[in-house]
Every structure is written in C-alpha cells, then in structure tokens.
Design a protein around this ligand. Structure first.
Ligand SMILES: Cc1ncc(COP(=O)(O)O)c(C=O)c1O
Length: 426
C-alpha cells in the first residue's frame, strides 16, 4: 500500500484515520504522513520518500530508529516467548538499571506514560487521604480523566472538564494553575492546602512546545506542597533519561516520579517510582490497587535495558546535545536572515522553534505564537525532506543517530522555507 492507499483504507478503520489525534496533521494542514521504515535519524514514507526525522516518535528514540543493540535484544528475547504474566529476570535487570541511575527505591512498570501518571496520582491520594490535585496549564500528562481538566474561572478555583466524556465531578478535583507562577501555587495552597493530595508537573514542559521552568517556580514546587502535607509528582515521561542518564535533576525533592518514552527504547512502557514507604502502598503490599497484564513485559524490558546500556556511556547525550546546539544556532541564523519573528528554545536534545518574539514562560504566552506560520513552515520543511512534529506546541527530538549532514540539511531547508515565506509576505 502506498501512502494514499493506506490513508484511504485507514479512513474506514480509525477515527480521523489515526490512532492518536496529533498524527492527523490537523494543526498544520495537509495529509497525515504514512511512515514505513526508519534507520538512525531518518524515516521513509510509504511512497519511498526519505526524511530527516525530528519527530522522533514523540520522544522515545534517543538512539534513533532500529539501533542494532535494541533490535538484537528484541529479536533474541522474542524467541523465548513474549509474555508470561509472571515475574521475569528481564524486568528485574531493567528495574535495577533505573533505580541505580535515579536513586528511586521502588518501581512499578506499566505500559504507557498515561498509566504512569494515573498511578502516581492514585498513590498520592492513597498516601495523603486527600482528593484534590494541582496541574499546570499546558502540561500534558496523558489522557486519564482527572488530567483532562482546564482552568476554572479564577486562579484559586477548581478545574472544568477539557474533554467530552470527562465528568465535571472528576475534572472538579483538579486545579489548573499557570506554569512558572510561584505566586499562584502559594495562593492555591494557602486557600486549599489541606484538601490537596499532590501537585503534578512536567520537570521541563514539553507539551506546549518547550518551556523551561524558572528557578523561583522550581523552588516553590519543592517547598510549598510539602509545607502543606501534599506530595510532588515529577512527570519525567519525556525528560527521564532524555537529558542525562537518570532523571532531569530539575525536581530532586519529588515524592513520586512518572517515567516512560526513552526507558522503553521505542516499545510501550511507563514506570512509577518513589520511596519504599510510598511505593509499598501499592497492591499487593498496600491498599492502593493497580495492575497490568503486560506490565514488565519481556520485550519491553529487553529493549529498555539495551537502550539504557548504550546510554550509560554518556556518549549519546554528548552527541545529541552537540547536534541540537548546531541546529539551534542554524535555525536562529535562518530566522535572522529572513527577518522572521521567532525564538528557538532548547534543553539538551529537545528544542522548539516558536513563531513569536521571545521564549514563552507559560501556555498563555506559547499560544501567542503564529500557528498559521508554523503550518506553512511545517509543510515547506516536509516538502524538503524534514519531518517535524505536526504542531507548534510540540518538542522536536534530536537523536544520537543524527549526523551533521542531517542537521545541515534541516538548517538549509529552514533558510529556504523562511526566505520563501518572507518573499511571499513582501
Ligand atoms: C510529559 C508526558 N507525560 C505523559 C505522557 C503520556 O504518555 P503516553 O502517551 O505514553 O501515554 C506524555 C505523552 O506525550 C507526556 O509527554
């Protein structure tokens, strides 16, 4: 099946032709891309067209596509059986790699980031005996009911449902505050501290485009929930093992950590971690129920352990960061030369080009970006063989398998597209 045939067949199978909404390309226009193959930093669509891949499967592929060690580990393990519903040596090996690198005392493996944050919240509620949670506008923690909430009518009010099918009674247990706003957090806790079980936050926000946490905000996150007997949940689903070998280091005082993406080497994974005291509240040790047929799956554990084995040398981080810096500088030069309003925000191998003046501090500022401009840019880059995440509000992921030729190709394409858009403007 070529791309057109695949899309046509998918129309009769999947809502919007896809199995996850952002893949539909609705926020950039154009047809959803159909990918068939990847190797290193490149992917090929079903018509044989090649792209430099900065979508990176939305984050897991720090080693790029089909890394030989990861593929070999999956092949070898698959021949021994793919699921057992019992404890396996593979999940113990992978668990040890994670606890050694993070200092977390106990883990539970799940099969997605959504499950990891959902479980973290249930644990926090079980540990504190309280119901209310706080999240931040523009942070995404997966699609469980309580996390699909939007801000209520004032800063210190509870949230409202942000999706059909999420009962107001559930969304109303979630407060949604502005990111990077230490004063709003203080205000919330002085009014509702005794009802609040936990604050959940992306250690570096990657789901409104890349938005860096400010020191005063990190300080308040570390201090304020604890002062009121609430827990801090660090969502490291994107950042865990992406910025360095271990957690990001942004929230060292977090009580519970949610992980996913990179630790699974591209297979479906999530993990929750914390102190033995908190984690042992989980069933069967404690009263907080949680379970999973495929949790700790042998294939996932093998792919994850192989990935972590390569990452542990530290070299992939140096390589990916170096390439991302090169890309950042090249994109800045392209913006300047074409006199386009835009800003590049980067953390390690993650970056976002915002079509706005200056780095945004929160979602309200990120939303001031020119999304129509991003759509034109995205389509122009795609025509020139560069696959970017299909939304202004996503993070681009550079891998250690990219090359200087790849980043040069992206920068040259950006010069070209931005010049063309600038000429059309004149
Ligand atoms: C920070 C963060 N948390 C949680 C999730 C949910 O993970 P999953 O899509 O594996 O359910 C995502 C997904 O993009 C994420 O970026």
């Amino acid at each position: 099946m070529d791309s057109a045939e695949t899309r046509a067949a998918a129309a009769n199978l999947f809502p919007g032709r896809v199995n996850s909404p952002v893949r539909s390309f609705r926020s950039v226009g154009g047809e959803p891309i159909v990918l068939e193959r990847g190797a290193g930093g490149r992917v090929w669509d079903a018509d044989g067209r090649e792209y430099v891949d900065l979508l990176g499967a939305f984050g897991p592929l720090l080693l790029g596509h089909a890394h030989p060690d990861v593929v070999a580990a999956i092949r070898e393990t698959a021949g021994l059986g793919t699921a057992f519903g019992a404890l396996t040596p593979g999940e113990v090996s992978m668990g040890r790699l994670i606890t050694d690198a993070t200092g977390l005392e106990r883990l539970r493996f799940v099969t997605s980031g959504t499950e990891a944050t959902m479980t973290a919240i249930r644990l926090a509620r079980g540990a504190t005996g309280r119901d209310v949670i706080v999240k931040f506008d523009g942070c995404y923690h997966g699609h469980s009911d309580g996390l699909l909430a939007k801000a209520g009518s004032g800063v210190a009010t509870l949230g409202m449902s942000d999706s059909a099918g999420v009962p107001e009674a559930i969304a109303g247990l979630t407060a949604v505050l502005p990111y990077n706003d230490a004063a709003a957090l203080e205000e919330w806790f002085s009014a509702h501290g005794e009802r609040t079980a936990a604050v959940i936050v992306e250690s570096i926000a990657g789901n409104m485009g890349l938005v860096q946490p400010e020191p005063a905000f990190l300080n308040a996150l570390d201090r304020v929930p604890r002062a009121h007997g609430a827990l801090l949940i660090a969502d490291e689903v994107i950042t865990g093992f992406r910025l360095r070998y271990g957690l990001s280091g942004m929230l060292p005082g977090a009580d519970i950590v949610a992980m996913g993406k990179v630790i699974g080497g591209g297979l479906p994974v999530g993990a929750v971690g914390g102190s033995a005291r908190i984690m042992n509240l989980l069933a069967p040790e404690g009263p907080v129920y949680q379970a999973g047929t495929l949790a700790g799956n042998p294939l996932v554990s093998a792919a994850g352990a192989a990935t972590l084995g390569v990452l542990a040398t530290g070299r992939p981080y140096e390589r990916a960061d170096h390439l991302a810096r090169h890309l950042e500088n090249g994109l800045r030069a392209a913006l300047k030369r074409s006199a386009t309003t835009g800003t590049v925000v980067r953390a390690g191998s993650m970056l976002t080009l915002f079509f706005r003046d200056g780095a945004p501090r929160d979602y309200a500022e990120a939303r001031e970006s020119d999304t129509a401009m991003f759509g034109r840019f995205h389509r122009g880059m795609l025509e020139r063989g560069v696959l970017l995440p299909p939304s202004q509000f996503e993070t681009w992921f550079v891998s250690a398998a990219h090359t200087e030729a790849d980043t040069d190709h992206v920068v040259n394409a950006a010069h070209d597209v931005l010049r063309q858009v600038a000429e059309a403007r004149e």
